[in-house]
Design a protein around this ligand. Structure first.
Ligand code: LLP
Length: 421
């Protein structure tokens, strides 16, 4: 459920007509709903009610400071994967003890920065990383709380580019080697081993792969406890999928996910951490774009938009489907027609949809890409020297620009000319 609905034929973001935002900021732009962000965060929080838990938003999904602050004020922790994300989380007011640090390539500098600023735990992905965290902790005269990310060799049944839990993926340590690796960790005086971490992929639309992975984590918890480790926290990663189409997809709900977690892990009396990103931000955001031209091609019509693959790369990168709806609702009874919906970037990959049925549209009409809140703005670039597009946050009947559109000069002046030119 989200808060982007038609009222009197006009698409609204909460109580604000999308066209009013467009008139203020121009197109294309991203717009997020505070109510949807909070609703989704709370669904997870409530799904784990009664269990000692923390929902750490995977901020890679959408990391604008205003989004982070909205979630932080509701009680969210953050899952970060770089010093930049750590700094963003801190700047949004998240205390260090609610920040977990994930990722396969944390550098010594990043580790030092986070450990000095306060950290809930590092989710360690390899033995070399473990050695570096140990060395940094000793240098700072402290100990670093860690979990080890295990790779359970489970097929997440999602797009290959976002599956992370198979043995061929770069993530985690093979679960079969876990006892050995934990023994190594326990021998390092700069580390405090507190738990286990697992994350098997993103956009999972079935609970079974999660269940399989968590069963392996439950077995491992017991084995590690027998080995003398005080396993008291389980970080279960993110990955719960969202419906991208409105009809045929019904991924499990957070409440069902929470129930499954209780079933598989409740008896262990561990503190539970989860790292959802997409489910919190995905359906809380639209990308709004304007039709520049309608071009009649050979056997097909193209809708050429002012938004492009550099603004929303998911269709080009993952063949992802995004629902695209007109900002002014179609008149009932008008026959929809197929369009290839494309951006202005100079490559054929800049195609959002092929033969998509839409009401007849004309130059100047606006469309909204639904489910664009996660992995949208954060993955955008200035390819083709198209300045990054602005982000807007709606709250009831108010809206605010939360990231300005850079001017062309801002973009050009970021480059510097060497003195020999
Ligand atoms: N935790 C870890 C360690 C992760 O690597 C990720 C996502 C998450 C949590 C959050 O997963 P989520 O709840 O959002 O599924 N750019 C891709 C998605 C990449 C996901 C990367 N890791 C896309 O647009 O589909």
């Amino acid at each position: 459920m989200d808060h982007f609905l038609y009222r009197d034929g006009v698409l609204h973001a909460e109580d604000v007509p999308v066209a009013e935002i467009a008139a203020t900021v121009g197109t294309p732009f991203y717009v997020y709903s505070t109510a949807t962000l909070l609703r989704h965060f709370r669904l997870f929080d409530e799904a784990l009610e009664g269990t000692d838990h923390l929902v750490c938003y995977a901020m890679k999904a959408a990391s604008n400071q205003a989004i982070l602050k909205t979630l932080a004020e509701a009680g969210a922790g953050m899952d970060v994967v770089s010093e930049g994300e750590y700094r963003r989380a801190k700047a949004a007011g998240v205390p260090g003890d609610k920040i977990v640090f994930s990722g396969v390539g944390k550098t010594a500098d990043e580790i030092r920065y986070a450990l000095s600023g306060g950290i809930r735990q590092f989710n360690v992905e390899s033995e070399p990383e473990m050695e570096v965290i140990n060395a940094v902790a000793l240098e700072l005269g402290t100990t670093a709380p860690i979990t080890v990310r295990v790779n359970p060799d489970v097929d997440a049944k999602t797009h290959a580019k976002i599956a992370t839990g198979k043995s061929e993926n770069k993530f985690g340590i093979p679960i079969a080697r876990a006892r050995e690796v934990y023994a190594h960790a326990a021998s390092l005086p700069g580390l405090e081993v507190i738990g286990i971490d697992v994350h098997i992929g993103s956009q999972l639309t079935d609970l079974d792969p999660f269940r399989l992975a968590y069963q392996k984590v439950a077995e491992l918890t017991q084995a590690l406890r027998e080995d003398g480790h005080d396993i008291r926290r389980l970080d279960l990663g993110g990955g719960l999928g969202i419906p991208y189409t409105r009809s045929n997809e019904a991924p499990p709900l957070p409440v069902e996910y929470g129930q499954m977690i209780r079933e598989e892990l409740g008896h262990l009396n561990c503190e539970i951490e989860i790292e959802p990103g997409r489910l919190i931000a995905g359906n809380a955001g639209l990308m709004v774009s304007k039709v520049i031209y309608v071009k009649h091609g050979e056997g097909r019509d193209f809708l050429i938009l002012d938004g492009a693959m550099n603004d929303l790369i998911r269709p080009a990168m993952y063949e992802a489907y995004h629902d695209i709806v007109p900002v002014t609702e179609a008149t009932p009874g008008v026959e929809p027609q197929p369009y290839d919906i494309v951006g202005p970037v100079c490559e054929s990959g800049d195609t959002f949809a092929k033969a998509r049925l839409m009401p007849p549209l004309e130059a100047g009409d606006m469309v909204a890409f639904r489910s664009a809140g996660a992995y949208g703005a954060v993955m955008s670039s200035e390819y083709n020297s198209r300045p990054l597009i602005p982000e807007v946050l709606v709250h009831g009947d108010q809206f605010a620009v939360i990231r300005q559109r850079p001017t062309f000069d801002d973009m050009i002046n970021r480059d510097t000319i060497p003195e020999w030119l």
